[in-house]
Design a protein. Structure first.
Length: 158
């Protein structure tokens, strides 16, 4: 029986309160893998959260291009969420795995409604989650030790 190689506990904790902050969070969660059952919408608390195994791009960049890099268990939470809608995600298959490509913000069309808008989570294969929000209020936190990734994510260009 082989054991997964782990490294020291992760410490990434980021907050996003505007579109620029959200872009930093997006860079940290690019290529995270998420089980559909780990997408959690709580209308009573006006909160949307997801647990993920994120690829630690910051660790890969620090080590250079050698090796597969590492993954870390993490949670991403959005507060002040008015509604959550999914597109092309089979909610009836909770064990299905999604690959998160980006988290972006679309401001409300009417400037008088600022800072409201929509946070959009885009997944590979065309799936997505659209969160209508009063404002951007997000938190990303690593939850434990890192482990060696099976491979470094790669994307086709063009």
């Amino acid at each position: 029986m082989s054991e997964a190689k782990t490294t020291k506990p992760a410490t990434a904790r980021l907050a996003a309160l505007d579109a620029d902050d959200l872009a930093v969070v997006s860079a940290h969660v690019q290529d995270a893998v998420v089980r559909v059952g780990d997408l959690l919408w709580s209308p009573a608390e006006r909160r949307f959260a997801l647990a993920m195994n994120r690829y630690a791009w910051e660790a890969a960049d620090a080590k250079g291009a050698r090796g597969p890099g590492e993954r870390r268990r993490a949670a991403l939470q959005f507060d002040r969420v008015l509604s959550a809608k999914t597109c092309r995600i089979r909610r009836d298959v909770p064990d299905a795995v999604l690959s998160l490509l980006a988290v972006t913000f679309e401001p409300a069309a009417d400037p008088a409604l600022a800072p409201s808008g929509a946070v959009v989570l885009t997944f590979a294969g065309g799936g997505g989650v659209r969160l209508e929000v009063e404002c951007i209020e997000a938190r990303l936190a690593d939850l434990g030790a890192a482990w060696e990734a099976r491979a470094k994510p790669a994307h086709e260009v063009g």
